[in-house]
Design a protein. Structure first.
Length: 213
């Protein structure tokens, strides 16, 4: 027998051995389940963990939403940020105004926009991050800046988040300035009076600014 024939048979036998071992998992699965296992399907668009929005929540700039259309993953988005102009961008639908709407109202708007393209459409809008609701504290405190208002917050809590008062702070002179949208009148209060229980602590609203003199 020539060397070429021996080499050919050796290579053929090696190939068949590799092919047999490669099919063993599939054969075992067939023997155990009686059916050929299927490869997992491509993952659909899923939303990130949603947060519980306050009852009075209104969508604002920099908020992060999840927009999911039932059975229409091509136009869904598991994470979309509201731009400074108040709009979000979605496949096929383009730019959609979101700021100033509740999630339910945006859901209705999206379904209306999608109806010309789909016979039966159902959308869901979930809130992943609330970054638009903030209160601000400035003046004689350790750390001036803005803090997210994703739940109830009072003046004393805002002061605590800011690290407390500086040595030069006048604890009897704290003012709350409402945002232009709320048009709340400027209010003055005393930290000492609140701590002593003489006056109640004050709940803050989105856009409020606390000034510590």
């Amino acid at each position: 027998m020539s060397q070429n024939v021996v080499r050919h048979r050796f290579c053929l036998g090696r190939f068949l051995s590799i092919a047999m071992f490669a099919t063993l998992p599939v054969s075992s699965a067939v023997a155990q389940t009686g059916s050929v296992p299927r490869l997992p399907a491509p993952a659909a668009v899923t939303a990130s963990a949603a947060v519980v929005a306050p009852p009075d929540y209104i969508i604002g700039a920099d908020d992060v939403l999840a927009v999911v259309f039932w059975k229409e993953p091509d136009i869904s988005s598991g994470r979309v940020r509201v731009r400074p102009d108040g709009k979000i961008s979605l496949p096929l639908l383009g730019d959609v105004s979101a700021a100033g709407l509740t999630p339910d109202r945006l859901k209705q708007e999206l379904e209306t926009l999608a109806k010309p393209f789909f016979a039966d459409v159902s959308a869901a809008v979930m809130v992943n991050e609330i970054n638009s609701r903030k209160v601000f504290i400035v003046g004689q405190i350790v750390q001036s800046g803005g803090f997210r208002l994703n739940g109830p917050m009072t003046v004393l809590q805002a002061v605590a988040l800011a690290g407390g008062f500086n040595e030069a702070a006048d604890k009897d002179r704290i003012e709350i300035i409402g945002s232009a949208s709320t048009q709340r009148p400027r209010r003055r209060l005393s930290y000492k009076a609140i701590v002593r229980g003489k006056t109640p602590d004050v709940a803050l609203s989105p856009g409020d600014t606390v000034v510590v003199w």
